[in-house]
Design a protein around this ligand. Structure first.
Ligand SMILES: Nc1ncnc2c1ncn2[C@@H]1O[C@H](COP(=O)(O)OP(=O)(O)OP(=O)(O)O)[C@@H](O)[C@H]1O
Length: 300
Protein backbone atom coordinates (compact mmCIF):
# COMPACT_ATOMS: atom_id res chain seq x y z
CA UNK A 1 0.00 0.00 0.00
CA UNK A 2 1.40 3.39 -0.91
CA UNK A 3 1.44 6.17 1.70
CA UNK A 4 2.88 8.91 -0.49
CA UNK A 5 1.63 9.41 -4.04
CA UNK A 6 3.04 12.13 -6.25
CA UNK A 7 1.63 12.39 -9.76
CA UNK A 8 2.91 14.75 -12.45
CA UNK A 9 4.00 17.36 -9.92
CA UNK A 10 5.02 20.72 -11.37
CA UNK A 11 6.35 23.84 -9.69
CA UNK A 12 8.03 26.84 -11.28
CA UNK A 13 9.72 29.84 -9.71
CA UNK A 14 9.48 33.02 -11.77
CA UNK A 15 8.59 31.07 -14.90
CA UNK A 16 11.47 28.62 -14.53
CA UNK A 17 10.47 25.01 -13.86
CA UNK A 18 12.05 23.62 -10.66
CA UNK A 19 9.91 20.46 -10.69
CA UNK A 20 8.74 19.44 -14.12
CA UNK A 21 6.40 16.45 -14.03
CA UNK A 22 7.64 14.31 -11.13
CA UNK A 23 5.74 11.11 -10.25
CA UNK A 24 6.52 8.43 -7.66
CA UNK A 25 4.83 6.39 -4.95
CA UNK A 26 6.28 5.39 -1.61
CA UNK A 27 5.10 2.14 -0.03
CA UNK A 28 4.26 1.87 3.66
CA UNK A 29 7.35 0.93 5.69
CA UNK A 30 9.76 1.75 2.89
CA UNK A 31 12.88 3.92 3.06
CA UNK A 32 12.59 5.85 -0.18
CA UNK A 33 15.49 8.00 -1.33
CA UNK A 34 15.50 11.10 -3.48
CA UNK A 35 18.89 11.64 -5.03
CA UNK A 36 20.00 14.29 -7.48
CA UNK A 37 22.49 17.04 -8.21
CA UNK A 38 22.25 20.53 -6.64
CA UNK A 39 19.22 22.43 -7.85
CA UNK A 40 17.54 19.32 -9.30
CA UNK A 41 14.24 20.03 -7.52
CA UNK A 42 14.53 17.59 -4.60
CA UNK A 43 13.71 20.02 -1.80
CA UNK A 44 10.88 21.59 -3.79
CA UNK A 45 9.42 18.11 -4.29
CA UNK A 46 9.56 17.14 -0.62
CA UNK A 47 8.26 20.55 0.45
CA UNK A 48 5.20 19.91 -1.72
CA UNK A 49 4.83 16.53 0.06
CA UNK A 50 5.06 18.31 3.43
CA UNK A 51 2.50 20.93 2.36
CA UNK A 52 5.04 23.75 2.74
CA UNK A 53 4.78 24.63 -0.95
CA UNK A 54 1.72 24.73 -3.16
CA UNK A 55 2.23 22.86 -6.45
CA UNK A 56 1.40 24.65 -9.70
CA UNK A 57 -0.19 21.43 -10.90
CA UNK A 58 -0.19 17.70 -10.28
CA UNK A 59 -1.46 15.66 -7.39
CA UNK A 60 0.17 14.89 -4.03
CA UNK A 61 -1.37 12.56 -1.45
CA UNK A 62 0.07 11.69 1.94
CA UNK A 63 -1.81 8.88 3.69
CA UNK A 64 -4.67 9.76 1.35
CA UNK A 65 -4.64 13.43 2.42
CA UNK A 66 -3.93 16.57 0.43
CA UNK A 67 -0.92 18.24 2.13
CA UNK A 68 -2.23 21.75 1.37
CA UNK A 69 -6.00 21.39 1.89
CA UNK A 70 -5.63 18.94 4.82
CA UNK A 71 -2.50 20.48 6.30
CA UNK A 72 -3.41 19.95 9.97
CA UNK A 73 -4.16 16.25 9.50
CA UNK A 74 -0.99 15.81 7.46
CA UNK A 75 1.16 17.29 10.25
CA UNK A 76 -0.25 14.57 12.54
CA UNK A 77 0.98 11.72 10.34
CA UNK A 78 4.10 13.29 8.89
CA UNK A 79 7.21 14.41 10.77
CA UNK A 80 9.69 16.66 9.00
CA UNK A 81 13.19 17.73 9.78
CA UNK A 82 13.26 21.45 10.49
CA UNK A 83 15.52 24.02 8.97
CA UNK A 84 17.97 25.72 11.35
CA UNK A 85 16.36 29.13 11.41
CA UNK A 86 13.13 27.71 12.79
CA UNK A 87 14.36 27.44 16.40
CA UNK A 88 14.81 30.23 18.92
CA UNK A 89 18.50 30.64 19.74
CA UNK A 90 17.86 30.79 23.50
CA UNK A 91 15.79 27.61 23.65
CA UNK A 92 17.62 24.77 25.39
CA UNK A 93 17.62 21.27 23.94
CA UNK A 94 15.31 20.05 26.70
CA UNK A 95 12.90 22.97 26.16
CA UNK A 96 12.85 22.34 22.42
CA UNK A 97 12.10 18.65 22.95
CA UNK A 98 9.38 19.39 25.53
CA UNK A 99 7.86 22.15 23.41
CA UNK A 100 7.69 20.03 20.27
CA UNK A 101 6.37 17.05 22.24
CA UNK A 102 3.55 19.29 23.51
CA UNK A 103 2.42 19.96 19.92
CA UNK A 104 1.52 16.32 19.42
CA UNK A 105 -1.33 14.14 20.61
CA UNK A 106 0.84 11.06 21.03
CA UNK A 107 4.38 12.31 21.59
CA UNK A 108 7.26 9.89 21.94
CA UNK A 109 9.16 9.91 25.24
CA UNK A 110 11.91 12.37 24.32
CA UNK A 111 14.44 10.96 26.83
CA UNK A 112 15.33 7.74 24.99
CA UNK A 113 15.25 9.68 21.72
CA UNK A 114 17.73 12.23 23.12
CA UNK A 115 19.85 9.37 24.46
CA UNK A 116 19.87 7.60 21.11
CA UNK A 117 20.89 10.81 19.36
CA UNK A 118 23.67 11.56 21.84
CA UNK A 119 21.96 14.69 23.18
CA UNK A 120 21.59 13.71 26.84
CA UNK A 121 24.54 15.77 28.04
CA UNK A 122 23.36 18.74 25.96
CA UNK A 123 19.87 19.04 27.41
CA UNK A 124 20.67 22.31 29.23
CA UNK A 125 22.54 23.81 26.27
CA UNK A 126 20.93 26.63 24.32
CA UNK A 127 20.27 26.02 20.65
CA UNK A 128 22.66 28.82 19.58
CA UNK A 129 25.53 27.11 21.43
CA UNK A 130 25.14 23.72 19.74
CA UNK A 131 27.56 22.61 17.06
CA UNK A 132 26.24 22.04 13.54
CA UNK A 133 26.12 18.29 14.09
CA UNK A 134 24.34 18.64 17.43
CA UNK A 135 21.71 20.92 15.85
CA UNK A 136 21.26 18.36 13.12
CA UNK A 137 20.68 15.61 15.70
CA UNK A 138 18.17 17.79 17.52
CA UNK A 139 16.24 18.32 14.25
CA UNK A 140 16.12 14.58 13.72
CA UNK A 141 14.76 14.12 17.27
CA UNK A 142 12.13 16.82 16.66
CA UNK A 143 11.07 15.14 13.40
CA UNK A 144 10.45 11.90 15.30
CA UNK A 145 8.90 13.28 18.46
CA UNK A 146 5.29 13.14 17.27
CA UNK A 147 5.58 9.36 16.57
CA UNK A 148 4.79 10.01 12.90
CA UNK A 149 3.74 7.36 10.35
CA UNK A 150 5.93 9.05 7.78
CA UNK A 151 9.12 11.02 8.32
CA UNK A 152 10.74 13.31 5.74
CA UNK A 153 14.46 13.88 6.21
CA UNK A 154 16.21 16.36 3.93
CA UNK A 155 20.00 16.06 4.09
CA UNK A 156 19.77 13.83 7.15
CA UNK A 157 23.46 13.48 7.94
CA UNK A 158 24.99 16.58 6.36
CA UNK A 159 27.40 18.07 8.88
CA UNK A 160 27.67 14.91 10.99
CA UNK A 161 30.99 13.24 11.68
CA UNK A 162 31.39 9.64 10.44
CA UNK A 163 30.43 8.04 13.78
CA UNK A 164 27.36 10.24 14.25
CA UNK A 165 26.40 9.48 10.64
CA UNK A 166 26.56 5.73 11.25
CA UNK A 167 24.63 6.05 14.54
CA UNK A 168 21.98 8.06 12.69
CA UNK A 169 21.68 5.38 10.00
CA UNK A 170 21.10 2.79 12.71
CA UNK A 171 18.48 5.02 14.28
CA UNK A 172 16.68 5.38 10.93
CA UNK A 173 16.76 1.61 10.46
CA UNK A 174 15.22 1.21 13.93
CA UNK A 175 12.58 3.82 13.10
CA UNK A 176 11.67 1.92 9.97
CA UNK A 177 11.64 -1.38 11.86
CA UNK A 178 8.93 0.29 14.00
CA UNK A 179 6.79 0.64 10.84
CA UNK A 180 7.55 4.27 9.98
CA UNK A 181 7.90 5.17 6.29
CA UNK A 182 10.97 7.30 5.54
CA UNK A 183 11.38 9.76 2.67
CA UNK A 184 15.04 10.70 2.54
CA UNK A 185 16.74 13.39 0.45
CA UNK A 186 20.45 12.73 0.31
CA UNK A 187 23.68 13.60 -1.46
CA UNK A 188 25.57 10.69 0.07
CA UNK A 189 25.72 7.62 -2.14
CA UNK A 190 26.86 5.43 0.73
CA UNK A 191 23.85 6.56 2.74
CA UNK A 192 21.47 5.91 -0.16
CA UNK A 193 22.99 2.49 -0.82
CA UNK A 194 22.93 1.46 2.81
CA UNK A 195 19.48 2.75 3.78
CA UNK A 196 17.17 3.04 0.80
CA UNK A 197 14.90 0.29 -0.53
CA UNK A 198 14.28 2.35 -3.66
CA UNK A 199 15.67 5.60 -5.01
CA UNK A 200 14.26 8.20 -7.40
CA UNK A 201 17.10 9.99 -9.17
CA UNK A 202 15.86 13.51 -9.93
CA UNK A 203 17.64 15.60 -12.51
CA UNK A 204 16.53 18.97 -13.88
CA UNK A 205 13.11 18.64 -12.28
CA UNK A 206 12.36 15.16 -13.69
CA UNK A 207 12.71 11.59 -12.50
CA UNK A 208 15.71 10.28 -14.45
CA UNK A 209 15.44 6.77 -12.95
CA UNK A 210 13.58 4.98 -10.17
CA UNK A 211 14.85 1.64 -8.92
CA UNK A 212 16.53 -0.23 -6.08
CA UNK A 213 20.16 0.83 -5.46
CA UNK A 214 21.36 -2.40 -7.11
CA UNK A 215 18.95 -1.88 -10.01
CA UNK A 216 20.29 1.63 -10.61
CA UNK A 217 23.85 0.32 -10.73
CA UNK A 218 22.81 -2.46 -13.15
CA UNK A 219 21.00 -0.12 -15.49
CA UNK A 220 23.81 2.43 -15.66
CA UNK A 221 25.72 2.24 -18.94
CA UNK A 222 29.06 1.37 -17.37
CA UNK A 223 28.08 -1.32 -14.88
CA UNK A 224 31.55 -2.94 -14.99
CA UNK A 225 34.82 -1.07 -14.71
CA UNK A 226 38.14 -2.49 -15.91
CA UNK A 227 41.44 -0.73 -15.36
CA UNK A 228 45.06 -1.64 -16.15
CA UNK A 229 48.45 -0.22 -17.05
CA UNK A 230 49.38 -1.50 -20.54
CA UNK A 231 52.98 -2.51 -21.21
CA UNK A 232 52.77 -0.70 -24.60
CA UNK A 233 50.42 2.01 -25.89
CA UNK A 234 46.99 0.90 -27.08
CA UNK A 235 45.28 2.50 -30.03
CA UNK A 236 42.34 4.78 -29.18
CA UNK A 237 40.45 3.50 -32.21
CA UNK A 238 40.76 -0.09 -30.95
CA UNK A 239 39.52 0.87 -27.48
CA UNK A 240 36.63 2.94 -28.82
CA UNK A 241 35.51 0.00 -30.97
CA UNK A 242 35.07 -2.31 -27.94
CA UNK A 243 31.51 -3.71 -27.65
CA UNK A 244 29.33 -2.31 -24.85
CA UNK A 245 31.86 0.43 -24.05
CA UNK A 246 30.44 3.32 -21.98
CA UNK A 247 33.59 5.35 -21.27
CA UNK A 248 37.38 5.38 -21.69
CA UNK A 249 39.76 7.37 -19.52
CA UNK A 250 43.55 7.51 -19.50
CA UNK A 251 45.57 8.86 -16.61
CA UNK A 252 49.25 8.48 -15.74
CA UNK A 253 49.61 5.60 -18.20
CA UNK A 254 46.61 3.78 -16.75
CA UNK A 255 43.56 2.95 -18.84
CA UNK A 256 40.10 2.76 -17.22
CA UNK A 257 37.15 1.48 -19.23
CA UNK A 258 33.55 1.12 -18.17
CA UNK A 259 31.09 -1.04 -19.99
CA UNK A 260 29.60 -4.51 -19.83
CA UNK A 261 31.00 -8.03 -19.41
CA UNK A 262 31.37 -8.07 -23.22
CA UNK A 263 33.70 -5.07 -22.94
CA UNK A 264 35.87 -6.95 -20.44
CA UNK A 265 36.10 -10.05 -22.64
CA UNK A 266 36.83 -7.99 -25.74
CA UNK A 267 39.58 -5.95 -24.06
CA UNK A 268 41.29 -9.14 -22.90
CA UNK A 269 41.17 -10.45 -26.48
CA UNK A 270 42.51 -7.11 -27.75
CA UNK A 271 45.41 -7.19 -25.27
CA UNK A 272 46.32 -10.75 -26.27
CA UNK A 273 46.11 -9.93 -29.98
CA UNK A 274 48.26 -6.82 -29.54
CA UNK A 275 50.73 -8.77 -27.35
CA UNK A 276 50.33 -6.13 -24.66
CA UNK A 277 50.54 -7.13 -21.00
CA UNK A 278 48.05 -5.55 -18.61
CA UNK A 279 49.75 -4.67 -15.33
CA UNK A 280 47.66 -4.34 -12.18
CA UNK A 281 44.51 -5.42 -13.95
CA UNK A 282 41.37 -4.73 -11.89
CA UNK A 283 37.76 -5.51 -12.74
CA UNK A 284 35.16 -4.01 -10.41
CA UNK A 285 31.41 -3.48 -10.38
CA UNK A 286 30.29 0.11 -10.80
CA UNK A 287 29.04 1.84 -7.66
CA UNK A 288 25.94 3.92 -7.08
CA UNK A 289 28.27 6.91 -7.54
CA UNK A 290 29.02 5.79 -11.10
CA UNK A 291 25.33 5.18 -11.76
CA UNK A 292 24.47 8.63 -10.42
CA UNK A 293 26.97 10.33 -12.70
CA UNK A 294 25.74 8.29 -15.62
CA UNK A 295 22.06 9.03 -14.96
CA UNK A 296 22.37 12.77 -14.32
CA UNK A 297 23.56 15.30 -16.83
CA UNK A 298 26.67 17.29 -16.06
CA UNK A 299 26.05 21.04 -15.86
CA UNK A 300 26.41 22.83 -19.20
N1 LIG B 1 12.00 30.07 -3.29
C1 LIG B 1 12.59 29.97 -4.49
N2 LIG B 1 12.55 31.00 -5.37
C2 LIG B 1 13.13 30.90 -6.58
N3 LIG B 1 13.79 29.82 -7.02
C3 LIG B 1 13.87 28.77 -6.20
C4 LIG B 1 13.28 28.79 -4.89
N4 LIG B 1 13.52 27.58 -4.29
C5 LIG B 1 14.24 26.86 -5.19
N5 LIG B 1 14.43 27.56 -6.33
C6 LIG B 1 15.13 27.08 -7.54
O1 LIG B 1 14.51 25.88 -7.97
C7 LIG B 1 15.46 24.91 -8.37
C8 LIG B 1 15.31 23.64 -7.55
O2 LIG B 1 15.65 23.92 -6.20
P1 LIG B 1 15.57 22.83 -5.04
O3 LIG B 1 15.96 23.51 -3.78
O4 LIG B 1 14.27 22.14 -5.09
O5 LIG B 1 16.74 21.83 -5.51
P2 LIG B 1 17.49 20.69 -4.72
O6 LIG B 1 17.51 19.52 -5.64
O7 LIG B 1 16.89 20.48 -3.40
O8 LIG B 1 18.94 21.30 -4.59
P3 LIG B 1 20.11 21.10 -3.47
O9 LIG B 1 20.62 19.71 -3.63
O10 LIG B 1 21.12 22.11 -3.92
O11 LIG B 1 19.51 21.38 -2.14
C9 LIG B 1 16.81 25.57 -8.24
O12 LIG B 1 17.18 26.08 -9.50
C10 LIG B 1 16.57 26.70 -7.26
O13 LIG B 1 17.44 27.78 -7.52
Amino acid sequence: MSVIDVTDLRKAYGGRAAVDGVSFSVEEGEIFGILGPNGAGKTTTVECVEGLRVPDSGRVRVAGLDPVADHDEVTRVLGAQLQESELQPKLTVREALELYASFHRRPADWRPLAERLGLTDKLATRFAKLSGGQKQRLFIALALIGTPRIVVLDELTTGLDPRARRDTWELIEDVRAGGVTVLLVTHFMEEAQRLCDRIAVIDQGRVAALDTPAGLVRRSAGATVISFTPSAPLDDADLNALPGLASVARKDGRVTLSGTDDTVNAVITLLARSRVTAHQLRVTDATLDDAFLDLTESPA
